[in-house]
Design a protein around this ligand. Structure first.
Ligand SMILES: N[C@@H](CCC(=O)N[C@@H](CS)C(=O)NCC(=O)O)C(=O)O
Length: 217
């Protein structure tokens, strides 16, 4: 398998950490969907987005999977129901998917605001739109904090909700410490610190990229 996309992307990184967690071997092509990398990514994904997972088992040679959720769905299937980080059915599955939806949505709003701040000259940033996106980020994480049972999100068992939220928390703290350091989310903060210290996370350090340096706090 080959994972395409730089570990600066939280969507790529959650796939990579999951691969590490499942102890699945993979190659990594660290490429950004911006600048010089855009054409390379566009040759693989029609909308030039990462992550992409290129499969290589005999029956699926060369098949490309797009979008972190679809990729993780495939990895869960390959891991088997006993190891899968998303329960197979029922209320426990719905609960994990609900938390993932809010984590993903919050992270997408953060990325939307980052793009506005990065790609538009500062003089024409549309601040009401940035403020609205960042409020959705805060509301999403506060909801997640409220849902956290402990010691894991759903209680006794670690799920993809834990892994993804920890990856996104680290991304948020890195990109917008001015927002994340002020969020009253002690459980999410502790979750992030705990998981970042584990081998699966340590094997996939957050890579830096151009978006980070120009954004202030
Ligand atoms: N829903 C997608 C989001 C992926 C995404 O937004 N990737 C970003 C990198 S963080 C990207 O490729 N952006 C380029 C673009 O959208 O043009 C997923 O979960 O994989």
């Amino acid at each position: 398998m080959k994972l395409i996309g730089r570990y600066s992307s939280p969507f790529v990184r959650r796939v990579a950490v999951t691969l590490q967690h499942y102890k699945m071997a993979y190659e990594h092509q660290s490429v950004m969907p911006f600048g010089d990398g855009r054409a390379d990514v566009g040759r693989l994904n029609p909308i030039a987005r990462v992550p992409i997972l290129q499969l290589d088992a005999n029956d699926v040679q060369g098949e490309m999977l797009f979008d972190s959720a679809a990729i993780l769905d495939h990895l869960d299937e390959a891991a088997g129901p006993d190891r899968a980080l998303v329960p197979r059915s029922g209320k426990s599955r719905r609960d994990v998917l609900a938390r993932l939806a809010i984590a993903l949505g919050s992270n997408e709003k953060l990325v939307t605001a980052l793009y506005e701040r990065h790609f538009r000259p500062k003089e024409i940033w549309y601040q009401p739109w940035i403020d609205a996106c960042e409020q959705q980020v805060r509301d999403g994480y506060l909801w997640l904090e409220d849902q956290f049972i402990g010691p894991w999100f759903m209680g006794e068992t670690m799920t993809q909700a834990d892994l993804t939220t920890a990856v996104f928390w680290t991304f948020g703290m890195t990109k917008r410490p001015g927002i994340f350091a002020k969020l009253n989310c002690p459980k999410l903060r502790a979750l992030g610190e705990r998981l970042e210290a584990t081998p699966a996370f340590q094997a996939v350090p957050l890579e830096t990229e151009m978006l980070s340096s120009q954004l202030g706090d």
